[in-house]
Write a protein that binds this ligand. Structure first.
Ligand code: DGJ
Length: 716
């Protein structure tokens, strides 16, 4: 008899349709095999005759029965045949370096509202238990995996040399990988590569991603944006990470990811447990659009901090590009006055407000207000800003210290360092060793007081220096190489503690632009500063990739004077670009003339009429700037009655040139109701949803670096 116990879990899937979904983890009658299914995908685990837990390929659930059975152990180990990239490598106290696991038991439980299968295995000889967690996010067609390692012994530590979060195997085929990597100013650049026999590794070794651990793998010839098989995923971790795509000669691909154990180890003491970060794996047959829908809907509906998840994000002003470090009360108030006039709702003072912070050479670590700049402290200025009808936000960079600071003079041992080795600075700063409890307590106290004493409603949390010299010389030797793990734990703890104590405050994640954006930060921060590159043309590319992976209500974009390519784009164009996410303004707006203020007011008013759709609706990337010389993004509200189209022309080629004739100018919309009639700005006639989606329209937008935001609405 095949299926005996079915674990039912009813949830309302708001994202895809308002119907009850049934997630199942099915257990065979012998209690030794499990079918895990989402709406579309399936994954099977079995205990074989030797008591080992093995898995089938991950893919369409219809293939579960004919998947050819078990192809690999669920946890690939160092030990036995060396056939896969190992997920777990340990050294037992007697020096043995191989693991032999056998099945112990299983449990089906609920974690964060989703059914979760726990498979517990133990070493055949040594006191070590390893639990696999598989959380089934059915309506998003994703599973979330992680493992826990438990030293069940009474004496002797187990040295963990590698502990990955999870893996999946793809069926034999030829595959192309897309990943999103970059560098400062060019975050999230999509790269495509064919997977050939061997290992393709994506990794971070210095805490700076400038991209994402997210990946998309498709059979080589599947190019359709809206259909075709795709395997995808992302690691929820903000420290060093690693994802391997290990392709064997026969075409099977193992995808395995987790913390990067390069220069890292962990000694697990008796009775101690450690959990890995979580990794998402998804499968869709709706092309890249399916990937976007799964990842962005999950983040928007289930992951973002619950207190602010469904709130409309405010229009921001940020002073950085206007003033850099040269901030003072008078000028900030002047900026706030204009900000209010043009429709801003949250006024954020960036870097430069604290003691001795006249440039980037001093001040970090001493989190008290600079009395030369703000003789009365922050509160009187905040009150005046509040009186104007604006909320107030502030920039901090908790994890850093300038050598020229009181903190460093008193505690030079609080930074990462090795004796007899250089302390590498970037931007004249060093990284505090947040693995230390005293550093954690100091930072907690500083920011608890800052938030308690001032009416601050928004924190921009920056992190500018990459990790170097990760030494913690005063820690016991056996703990020294676990320092990065503890650091990230304490980082999460600090954000979570402050959020709990100050539940009204918005938190923005920044790391010299988009240097630390991932789904773990996404569960703790409301927004991301995606890039320091605010040039609107570059931004169009960065935003297109970002919106493939992350929701629009987390993407902060400011309109600034930056013009990296000397194109002198119009102010309207800049606004239109930033309006695709959470709109901000970053100019010295006190210098704006009447006409510029008018444009800004008009654009911000327009933004307020559409932001609910962009923030809460579904995003469709209709034309990517990476494919054509323009960019078209569409957002559709939940009931599909309202939509917004953002259209941006890049450089334009003359009519009828080869470059123009190469592409269809027709725009086929997505996600509408076929039988409803819609009206679109600038069009006299109306269209059925079916027509708009199947025949398409040509947008009347002409000229290089021109843009237009079209509102689409059901009229019948
Ligand atoms: C880097 C950030 O990305 C910028 O937006 C700004 O906050 C500066 N740091 C301030 O030092």
């Amino acid at each position: 008899m095949k299926i005996k116990f079915i674990y039912l879990f009813i949830s309302i899937a708001i994202s895809f349709s308002v119907t009850a979904q049934i997630n199942t983890i099915e257990v065979d009658s012998d209690g030794k095999s499990w079918n895990i299914t989402t709406l579309l995908s399936g994954y099977r685990l079995e205990v074989n005759e030797n008591g080992e837990v093995g898995v089938s390929c991950f893919g369409n659930k219809l293939n579960l029965e004919k998947s050819g059975g078990i192809i690999a152990p669920e946890i690939q180990l160092r030990g036995g045949h060396v056939a896969y990239t190992p997920m777990l490598e340990v050294i037992f106290p007697d020096g043995v370096r191989e693991i032999e696991l056998e099945y112990k038991t299983y449990e089906i439980t609920e974690i964060d509202d989703y059914p979760t299968l726990k498979i517990i295995q133990k070493d055949k000889f040594y006191p070590m238990e390893v639990t696999t967690f598989i959380r089934v996010l059915s309506e998003y067609d994703m599973i979330e995996k992680w493992i826990e390692v438990f030293n069940t012994g009474k004496k002797g530590s187990i040295k963990i040399e590698n502990m990955q979060s999870g893996s999946v195997f793809l069926p034999k085929d030829k595959y192309e990988l897309t990943h999103y990597s970059g560098v400062w100013g060019y975050e999230f650049t999509p790269h495509k590569t064919i997977l050939t026999q061997g290992i393709k590794t994506l990794q971070v070794k210095n805490f700076k991603s400038y991209g994402s651990s997210s990946f998309v793998v498709r059979p080589e010839n599947e190019v359709d944006k809206y259909s075709g098989k795709v395997w995808f995923g992302s690691l929820s971790y903000s420290g060093n990470w690693r994802i391997d795509f290990d392709k064997s000669f026969d075409g099977t691909v193992q995808i395995v990811g987790g913390m990067n154990f390069w220069d890292q180890e962990l000694n697990l003491k008796p009775q101690q447990k450690i959990s890995s970060p979580r990794i998402l794996f998804g499968y869709t047959e709706n092309g890249t659009e399916g990937v976007t829908k799964s990842l962005t809907s999950f983040a928007k509906e289930k992951l973002l901090p619950a207190s602010h998840r469904n709130k409309i994000r405010p229009v921001l002003y940020n002073s950085w590009y206007a003033t850099t470090f040269d901030v003072n009360e008078e000028h900030q108030l002047a900026l706030a006055k204009v900000a209010k006039e043009i429709g801003v709702e949250m006024f954020v003072i960036d870097d430069g407000w604290f003691k001795n912070r006249v440039n980037d050479k001093a001040g970090l670590g001493d989190w008290t207000v600079d009395k030369n700049k703000f003789p009365n402290g922050l509160s009187p200025m905040i009150e005046k800003i509040n009186d104007m009808g604006l909320d107030f936000g502030i920039w901090i960079e908790p994890e850093m210290v300038n050598p020229n600071s009181d903190l460093y003079r008193v505690h030079p041992d609080w930074v990462f360092h090795f004796p007899n080795r250089i302390r590498l600075e970037n931007r004249n700063q060093l990284l505090l060793n947040l693995a230390r409890e005293d550093v954690y307590q100091y930072l907690y106290k500083c920011f608890h007081e800052l938030l308690k004493e001032n009416n601050i409603k928004f924190i921009k949390w920056d992190m500018n220096k990459a990790l170097t010299n990760p030494g913690f010389p005063s820690a016991p030797t056996e703990e020294q190489r676990a320092v990065r793990i503890k650091y990230v734990e304490n980082l999460y703890r600090l954000v979570e503690t402050l959020r709990k104590e100050f539940p009204d405050v918005w938190f923005e994640n920044c790391s010299s632009g988009g240097g630390r954006i991932d789904f773990a930060m996404m569960s703790r921060f409301d927004f991301n500063w995606v890039s320091d590159n605010t040039d609107p043309v570059d931004r169009i590319f960065i935003q297109d990739s970002y919106l493939t992976l992350f929701p629009a209500n987390t993407m902060i974009s400011w309109v600034t004077q930056e013009d990296w390519h000397r194109m002198n784009p119009a102010l309207e164009f800049k606004f239109d670009v930033c309006m695709a996410g959470v709109l901000g303004v970053g100019y010295d707006i006190t210098k704006w003339n009447e006409a510029e203020r008018k444009i800004a007011s008009k654009k911000i008013s327009q933004y307020k009429t559409i932001r609910e759709i962009t923030m809460q609706g579904d995003v469709y990337r209709i034309v990517s700037p990476y494919d054509e010389n323009r960019n078209v993004i569409q957002y559709v509200d939940k009931v599909k009655k309202k939509s917004v189209i953002f259209a941006y022309n890049l450089a334009e080629y003359p009519d009828n040139t080869h470059e123009v004739l190469k592409y269809s100018q027709l725009i086929k919309l997505r996600g509408l109701l076929p039988d409803k009639i819609y009206k679109i700005d600038d069009f006299k006639e109306t269209f059925s949803g079916k027509y708009l989606m199947e025949s398409g329209i040509t947008l009347p937008l002409r000229g290089a670096y021109k843009s237009k935001i079209y509102s689409v609405e059901v009229v019948e």
